[in-house]
Design a protein around this ligand. Structure first.
Ligand SMILES: [Fe+2]
Ligand SMILES: [Fe+2]
Length: 372
């Protein structure tokens, strides 16, 4: 082994470059207490959880800097303010966000490669139309869940880097969802069908929310929660194994988005109880807009035809199944609100009794541990 020369002491190093420019060796002097700590890769590789050691682990509740300096670095006091407005950890954080980021990275898939497109088969006209109508709607609404995080991310303090990284994965997921439903609409001889005003009013409500936490309640908890339940019922909706596969793949992604939103809302309320009222106000309005959207004539008819396997049994089978599906969506939404610490049962204007929703079942489901 070749003996290495002992490094010079920083005091012996030059103050100027050979060209006369001033030099700074301050980075060579400093060493945090974590210096020498070597996080060990686990079976999955080196995860963000593995490197969450010592003072690098968690952001402060109120970071002192508003620059893009990496959390944990020694930061000059005169670094510029980037104009962040979400500077409290409770504005954006969720206890599961680091794990969700790792999961998202591990489970990326390709709408080009991972869907067995060659197995698509010719379907009866009514079923193909219904599938294309559903895909038209989904292609339209998926990208709101990319636009919304994009709208807020540059306003988030950079110390909350893991939350921003997770939202980047959500943006990529939504691009893929828009892609896969657009592809499905076009791949089997159908195409994109009707787009009407109801989705737009829901999407505007989400994008125009006044605070990020209101926005995430409207999007993750409410909007994406409903979409997640559509994907969960993909086995009933999908005419062939190709669509089943599409719904299954999207469902994994959507469950992460909803899981982040649910635990973000919980974190926000636990650390700043005053935020509960603003979330309630957003959901008061959001639930009404979503109800309009869900009962829009194009969505409800397309879903009923898919559930019935065609127009023939749309009345005796499609609509009753569709009604059951709505009940499931509402039940899981209200249970999710309970888990997020923003119980809506005493406040909502959704007619729980008229719809035959079981409040005890919602409370029981709300008491379970899952986040999505
Ligand atoms: Fe999505
Ligand atoms: Fe999503």
């Amino acid at each position: 082994m070749v003996a290495t020369e002992k490094p010079k002491s920083y005091e012996d190093l030059p103050d100027t470059s050979p060209m006369g420019a001033p030099l700074d060796w301050a980075w060579l002097r400093g060493a945090k207490s974590e210096w020498g700590v070597r996080p060990k890769p686990g079976p999955r590789g080196l995860t963000m959880l593995d490197i969450a050691v010592g003072s690098y682990a968690q952001p402060d509740d109120q970071p002192s800097h508003r620059s893009m300096a990496p959390r944990g670095a020694d930061v000059d006091p005169d670094t510029p303010d980037m104009g962040y407005i979400l500077n409290s950890k409770s504005d954006v954080w969720a206890d599961n966000v680091v794990e969700l980021y790792e999961e998202a990275v591990a489970r990326q898939w390709s709408a080009t490669r991972d869907i067995p497109w060659t197995e698509l088969e010719e379907l009866p006209d009514d079923v193909e139309h219904a599938m294309c109508q559903l895909c038209t709607l989904l292609t339209e609404v998926e990208m709101i869940a990319a636009d919304l995080p994009a709208k807020w991310m540059w306003r988030m303090n950079h110390d909350f880097i893991e939350a921003k990284m997770f939202l980047c994965t959500q943006i990529m997921d939504e691009a893929r969802h828009a892609e896969v439903f657009r592809k499905r609409a076009l791949a089997n001889g159908g195409g994109l069908l009707l787009s009407r005003s109801q989705p737009t009013s829901l999407l505007r409500t989400i994008i125009e929310a006044k605070t990020y936490t209101q926005a995430t309640a409207l999007m993750h908890l409410l909007g994406e929660g409903f979409v997640l339940d559509i994907f969960r019922m993909g086995e009933l909706i999908a005419p062939t194994d190709v669509e089943k596969r599409i719904f299954r793949m999207c469902m994994q992604d959507e469950a992460r988005h909803v899981a982040y939103g649910t635990l973000h809302i919980r974190y926000a309320i636990e650390h700043d109880p005053d935020v509960a009222e603003e979330i309630h106000e957003a959901l008061d309005h959001g639930e009404m807009v979503l109800t309009d959207f869900g009962s829009a004539p194009d969505v409800s008819t397309a879903l009923a035809v898919l559930l019935a396997g065609g127009t023939e049994h749309v009345e005796d089978r499609g609509f009753p199944m569709s009604f059951e599906m709505t009940k499931k969506q509402l039940t899981s939404y209200f249970a999710r609100c309970e888990r997020a610490g923003i119980g809506r049962l005493d406040r909502t204007k959704v007619p729980l009794d008229m719809l035959g929703l079981d409040v005890d079942a919602i409370k029981a489901q709300g008491g379970t541990r899952g986040a999505a």
